[in-house]
Design a protein. Sequence first.
Length: 438
Amino acid sequence: MRYVTVASLLILASAVPVAAQTLNITADPATATIYKLKAQDSSLVALGTGQAKLKLEKNDDNVVLVKLEGFREVRRNFPKGAEYKDKNYTIALTKRIVQLQVLPYDAQIIVNGDAKGTKSLDLEVEEGKATTVEITKRGFATLKRVYRWDKGGDMPPAAEKLELVDRKVLVSAGPAGAQLFDNDTKIGEADAEFTVKRGTCSSVTAKKAGFLQREATYCNKDGLPDPPLNDRLTLSGRVVNVAGPPNSRIIVNQKFAANGSFLVQIADGSCVKVRVEQLAFISYEREYCAQANAPVPPLEDVISLRQDDSYAASVASDQANVNVTVEVGKYTEEQAWKLISSIVLSHFDVLENSDSQTGYLRTAWQLKTYGENNDVVIRTRIILKRSNDAPLRYALKIVSERNRFAGVSVKDDENFVPWDRILNTYKDVISEAQSRMK
């Protein structure tokens, strides 16, 4: 009988070879390469693309790396001696890598609300999740990208260059209550961020009722200065909406502006004289100023004109301010002069000049005022000249003028203009002279 000791059994057991374990590794995506990390020198040994067999080695962590350009690599350990019920293992790459390059280089990269630096970034986009990237820099419009990777869907790019090209200008406006507009679209009260797209010029307009609006243009073009980071549009000058009767004439600084109504613009530090006039009505005059110590002009001046009574007291006449011939019939020159002089004196009290030898006569001005404040002044005179000796003939002129502005001196000729009407008091002077001198 042979006896086998325990020690002998142990020696025999150690002499029997143990089968090496082999695992089947599958990569997802199938284009990924499967590597094994050598424990001796940490170098990589390619096992295959898409699929590979991993032979587990004793005293080794059996580290496997799955790599594919554009993805975050995945590392997994298969230490020998662990229990592996399933021989097949799939290693999936679940994080897409987008290599971002950012311009300008000092622009800030913000990922999902967290600052991640400047210039460049390897952005991780996890499968099934959205990642938001914002590129920001003062003076530029923020650039925003959302990257998402869903299984079976389109993948984010492996690399992307993000450049800030549109400019931002922070525009403020004053005084209080001013509003900012881009064309006709309101973009802000008091201040607004305004975008100027690359290769364009854009304008912002500041407006406030009663003020001259102000416009500023900003350009984002090569060869032109960059837009400012900040700008302020301060409104100055004034605007008054002068509204008269529909058929009235609006005169601004002695120049015709419009009929009915007109937006009168007053430059800062200046004054503007406005007159509203209409036939048969007393003119309205006012001066508006945009000066520090002057009353603030109204937003709107609605004007009602008062009736001009001088029109009811006169007639339109083509004989006003023209020489009308008076023929002398049976009278001698002396008789004719006495008669025509008496006709004139029956209507005019004072003669300024009378010379029978030369046949010249001129009356003094006779004045008539109208309106509650004597706003309208009509002055009338007669000028008589002997125009022919044989046959004897006179030229008689009724000079009819009215004041241009209320409150002016009647002695200053420049304050009066010819009037194409004759007061009823004098309307028959010419016809009386022509009939009596026959």
